[in-house]
Design a protein around this ligand. Structure first.
Ligand code: ADP
Length: 602
């Protein structure tokens, strides 16, 4: 393929980049750069698009996770409130509690806990001391421990209900504490009924997906995570007040809190962004979706590795680069075609110009030739005329001198006799000029009349009647009548007389003198033939008889103009004149178009 610059990047020759390989390299580099740009742009766009779509999907999933967490908590929300109404529990807190009564309470809570499938149930008195608990049998039993410092207890005492996520100070197991106040019939605050929920199952369930799921508290501390290493990381800096409060409430007790370093790379909205996280698995990009759980004051996070997005963007990049290259090659192809078409057009134009020039040259040459031919003809004619006229003129001068002498001597009779040759010579000269006049004469269009060719033959025979009789010519006529043609009667008669005279000349010394004239129709033509018994024409002369000044007759007898003039006349009438030899003589054939009956005479 012939390489050519793309039309969108015109580089003028004046840029001195005339070296073809250099230009080729430059264009190749430009095309590749364009492909890289297109790929880069498409990749970024596709990546962003894929990320946005992925984020929307992750957000939907996040809502499902939030829902499962919410449902789990809701299932137990009413449990402490219902138990707080239990008269047995109220009685236990209202009066002094005996060991037996305490044991019965412990067992009761244990049973209810088992039935409700909660983690732990405990009953706190008005100071926050655990008087009974479902885990009374375990070494980590709450019984006897005071939880008055826990926020859920303080909330319950002041507001009637309380909730708090914390690591158990006794068990060391984190959980969500839901508490409800226990009042006596007088409405006095007696203590709190507390249910503790742990989420090991939820975490296990969440662990099944490849996403990282985190729940952070209002301070941004992650307390639930489905992957190891993420728990007890704080997402935002903790203030001194925060730390003091954490200390006081022992919310995460002895668990060390470490920051989670991350940086938003691209933000889609407030709760959706692409982040570079220095997590437990090292630095990694995550699609980070957050959903605030307003009821608990928590935030649920979903972190997803944006792998699909990368793959999609790579494909988009390749596709864009491919499309770019296809476009470039298409443009190159079109450009090439356009150039070829232009080249072809230019070649055609040049060729046309050349043909025009050559035609003009030829015409000029032809004109020149015609001119030369004319000049040659003029020269020939002049020579012939000079020859034909000079001789009689000289003779006439001599004759005139003789005449004058005779008249001087009074020899009138001799002078009279001498006039004879003079007359003959003048007649001959008149015949010569007559021929030339016929030749030169252009028939005015008015003389084109509808005439009968047979009548023209009749008239010509009539004019030659004396000679035919004198030379004893036998004549046969087969004339179709009327043979209508369109033309000039006088000129056609001239043709006929020429043909007949030639025939008579040819038969002059022949013993058999027979003339046959025919007129017959041949399709749309009239064919007139004049056949004689004059011995015909020598084969080498057959092609020349129509040439001007061609004659085989002795000087003084023939001018060689008869047939040339006749040929021209017939031609002018739209007909043809030809000659052929027949046994014993020559046959001249004249054809003329048949004039239609309908055409009125002009
Ligand atoms: P010219 O009669 O003055 O010679 P034409 O042009 O009429 O001139 O004829 C040219 C020549 O053609 C004649 O000289 C003669 O040789 C030849 N020719 C014409 N008609 C006949 C004929 N019927 N038979 C033989 N020769 C002929």
């Amino acid at each position: 393929m012939v390489w050519c610059p793309p039309p969108f990047l015109p580089i003028s020759d004046s840029m001195n980049l005339t070296s073809r390989p250099l230009r080729l390299t430059l264009y190749t580099l430009l095309i590749l750069a364009g492909a890289a740009l297109a790929a880069g742009f498409a990749m970024r766009h596709a990546e962003r698009q894929a990320l946005v779509e992925d984020a929307a999907r992750a957000n939907e999933q996040l809502a499902l996770y939030a829902n499962s967490l919410h449902t789990l908590i809701e299932r137990y929300r009413a449990l402490p409130a219902v138990l707080a109404l239990d008269p047995e529990l109220i009685a236990a807190l209202d009066g002094p509690l005996g060991t037996e009564q305490q044991g019965a309470l412990n067992r009761k809570l244990e049973k209810i806990n088992g039935a409700a499938q909660s983690s732990t149930l405990e009953l706190l008195d008005r100071t926050g001391l655990a008087v009974a608990a479902s885990n009374w049998r375990l070494p980590s039993s709450y019984v006897g421990h005071n939880y008055g410092f826990r926020p859920y207890f303080m909330q319950t005492r002041s507001q009637g209900t309380g909730r708090f996520y914390a690591v158990g100070v006794t068990s060391g197991i984190p959980g969500y504490f839901l508490a409800s106040a226990v009042h006596n019939s007088a409405g006095e605050f007696l203590g709190a009924m507390v249910v503790k929920l742990e989420f090991p199952e939820l975490e296990r369930e969440w662990r099944q997906g490849s996403d990282t799921l985190l729940v952070s508290d209002a301070r941004g501390i992650v307390f639930i995570a489905n992957q190891p290493g993420w728990r007890y990381r704080y997402l935002q800096p903790l203030s001194d007040a925060d730390r003091a409060e954490l200390q006081a409430t022992r919310q995460y007790d002895k668990q060390p809190l470490t920051p989670l370093a991350y940086q938003a790379v691209r933000r889609f909205d407030d709760n959706s962004y692409l982040a570079r996280v220095d997590g437990p698995d090292g630095e990694q990009d995550y699609l980070w979706e957050s959903l605030p759980l307003t009821a608990e004051g928590w935030t649920l996070h979903l972190l997803r590795k944006p792998q699909a997005a990368l793959e999609d963007s790579r494909n988009a990049g390749l596709a864009a680069a491919g499309a770019w290259l296809a476009l470039v090659f298409l443009l190159l192809f079109l450009n090439q075609r356009w150039r070829l078409a232009r080249l072809r057009q230019r070649s055609r134009e040049e060729l046309e110009k050349l043909v025009e020039e050559r035609t003009r040259d030829l015409r000029t040459a032809q004109d020149g030739l015609v001119q030369s031919a004319k000049l040659a003809a003029l020269g020939q004619m002049s020579a012939a005329l000079a020859h034909e006229i000079n001789q009689p003129l000289t003779a006439q001068r001599t004759q005139l001198a003789t005449l004058r002498l005779l008249l001087d001597h009074g020899r009138v009779d001799d002078a009279h006799k001498a006039l004879g040759p003079l007359d003959a010579m003048l007649t001959r000269m008149a015949a010569l000029t007559g021929h030339l006049k016929t030749f030169a004469r252009k028939s005015p269009s008015g003389l084109r009349e509808r005439l009968d060719l047979a009548a023209v033959v009749d008239q010509s025979l009539h004019l030659l009647e004396a000679r035919l009789r004198d030379e004893q010519i036998s004549t046969t006529l087969h004339l179709a009548r009327p043979a209508w043609v369109q033309g000039d009667a006088i000129r056609l008669e001239q043709v006929l007389i020429n043909l007949l005279r030639n025939a008579l000349d040819a038969m002059a010394d022949k013993p058999l003198k027979h003339l046959e004239i025919r007129i017959e129709a041949d399709q749309h033509l009239w064919r007139l033939t004049v056949a004689d018994s004059g011995g015909g024409i020598a084969s080498e002369n057959l092609n020349n008889v129509f040439d001007p000044f061609f004659t085989t007759k002795p000087v003084g007898d023939g001018l060689g103009l008869g047939l040339a003039v006749s040929f021209a006349i017939v031609h002018e009438h739209g007909g043809r004149l030809s000659v052929a030899n027949i046994p014993g003589g020559a046959l001249f054939t004249l054809t003329l178009p048949i004039a239609l009956e309908v055409s009125a005479p002009c």
